[in-house]
Design a protein. Sequence first.
Lengths: 685, 165
Amino acid sequence: MLADLGYFAVAITFAAALYGAGAAAYGAIRRRPAFVESGRRAMLLTWPLITVAALSLIGLLLTRQYQVAYVASVTSDSMPTYLKITSWWGGQQGSLLFWSWLMAGFTTAASLRKWDRDREFLPWVIVITMITLAFFLSLVLFFENPFARLWQTIDGQQVSALFQPVGAVALHPSDGNGLNPLLRHPGMIIHPPMLYLGFVSSVIPYAFAMAALITGRSDDRWIRLTRRWALVAWLFLSLGLILGGRWAYDVLGWGGYWGWDPVEIAAFMPWLTGTAFLHSVMVQEKRGMLKHWNMTLIIMTYSLVIFGTFLTRSGVLSSVHAFAQSSIGPMFFGFISLMLVVSVSLLIRRWRQLGGENELQSFASRETLFLVNNLLFMGIAVICLWGVLFPIISELFTGQKVTVATPFYTTATAPLWVGLLLLMGIAPLSAYGHSTWKTLGRSIWKPLAVSLILLPILIVKSVTNPAALLGYWLVAFVACVTLYEFWRGAQARHQRHGENLWRALNRLVGRNRRRYGGYIIHLGVIVMALGIIGSQMFQQQTQATLAAGEQLTLGPYTMTYDSLAEFNTDDGRQVDRAVVSVFRDGQPVGELHPRRDYYFAAQQPMTIPGVRSSLQDDFYVILVGWEPIASQGATFKVYLNPLINFVWFGGFVFIFGTIIAAWPDPDPQVVRRPVKSGRRALART
Amino acid sequence: MTGRRSLALACFGVTLAVALTLGVSLTAEAQPPTPSDNQVNQVASELYCPVCENVPLDVCPTQACAQWRELIREKLAAGWSDAQIKQYFVTQYGDRVLATPPAHGLNWLVYVLPPVAILIGVGILAGVLRSWRREPVPMSDAPAGAEDPYVRQMEEELQRRERGD
């Protein structure tokens, strides 16, 4: 019953989305505002409707309705309630419904703004968002239906279908398989929603950009309307990536957080083009240049969002054949192609209207440096895209599967990351328009000189790896430049207004949130870079089999294997848990409990490391194997990850900076009317 | 005769026993010690799991990969070099066990395309920058709905005053 209601709600939402797109397009083309309004109302209906479908699914998940195939595949009796709810996005069908639900929610939120000044955008924003929503709903409706039930056909086969196949009998398993153990980690519970939020909120700037192209508005209004959306999308993408890294570190048990896996890269690519967009958009706002490029970037970001979902959902990554057999793969392929062709055709049609309003005045100007920044981000995106696509192409043309893994990406992208860090140090000191190398040099030399002091210190501390020296120097240089910028601004306010430095700094950031939020993001990046360089270049590892009481030494740490216990838990696991004592420089620093959980229902093991964390490093112990009589021996793999916590700490700073940059201003349209009282608000816009 | 024969047999037996003992002990001395986990992981880290996607062999938790690591240990014990072991895995399971595709045939594209794409990007960027410098693009026609220049001027003025107060 609940399943029928859910499916029916999806079907109605699909119809509403299609109607909304059709009515809005018709109204815009025929200049019939009533149709546009009707389309808008249909759009506003989609979110409540799909919420009914979502609640139905959650109801099914919570009430052990194992006759529904999705419920049986992702939940089980032993799972706690919160995990049953988060199973909504734990499998293919549910996650597509989740995507659609978020998409409808964001579209509704975007449509609730005031449209007085941008009436002509409205119908086309409705068309683009509703077509995207209808596409995802069509996948849920026709191919990946989370409401399908389990049936046993006459020939004994188990199938899932919404309606009873002829002669089949309904199946009602007494328990489900349960959620994939790897997905039961808090990081994995929050990570997909964050990523999906990033994905769906990227659709909004794209919809406005397309509306601008269709209506022929060549000014930067669409950017002003959507820059906060773009930042919010980027915030969620960043959060999703960072949480994904933390999840990998905690759960996958290989001592790292980023493995250049195609699934990771699928989420990383829209982040790269989105980052390029957030930079180049400033050039359009300040100088009226790069209009074509910004359109191109937003089209790419949208396409990569859909492409990323396609990569992870179609099975194409495991093999071309899986893609060919999957029902949704070709649908995705068709949709991406269609949207790309339409977007690029529109862009070409409006090409001449999107000419720049200013000429380039200097190669040392900030706009040039932003362009170089964009080139580097695009270079990394191309490497990522190619690395993901090549194994598919190879299998398609030669039948031979190949692996393109970490060494390819690190070697190919390393020089580009170095370039980006360098730019991060130089660009904030350059000016828009007139800027000469001389003036640039004059403002750079102080932070440059300070940062160079670091090199001899590092060499004295016996850091001799040239790559690490370069990396650390770049981090120091960017830190000096960024902090210098804060200091200069605060100092200026202090002198002009007599504010104390702390207050001056607060006001400085508060009144220029985008700029200083951006600088805080830069600080976050370099703190992360510190951790990445440390953990990638100076990681140590060893593996050994120890009898009870035996020791193992790695770096300053010594570990003693004390004991191992095996027990079963109520939620269907067999746990093998070792106890090891850890000493640093001979001093005891605590016990760790690396363990291996075996989930009976899913027949899947999960390795949970024991980690001793400090700002300096992580001592990360994995239980690899053990003898039947535990005291005889257990095998441990141990990693020493220097500075790794800076990655997470930098992540916090990064997200904090993004929130500051994206924090909403009071609506300028409201405070604009009386000029006298609106001065402050105007200055912020 | 019998006595001499027994003596000969005894001598032969003793000689054989001594030879065997010596031989065994010599063989035992010649055999290298069992390769350590770290030696095995060193080789395994350069190989990728032949069945999982993108998982290095040294960290793959599956039973199959544990057996492959044992295979590496056996090969190392038998005196195989790292390169020989890698080649063995390639012959058995194909190029996909290598971290990056070997540079032959279509695989060249993996290495050639990204630098070419970036060089083209540099070329386009240089061209665009030069053209902007040479011929300034005239202001595009103010589109319908663009912000009023008067309003913009007023905003700039207000911003200046805000900065100045």
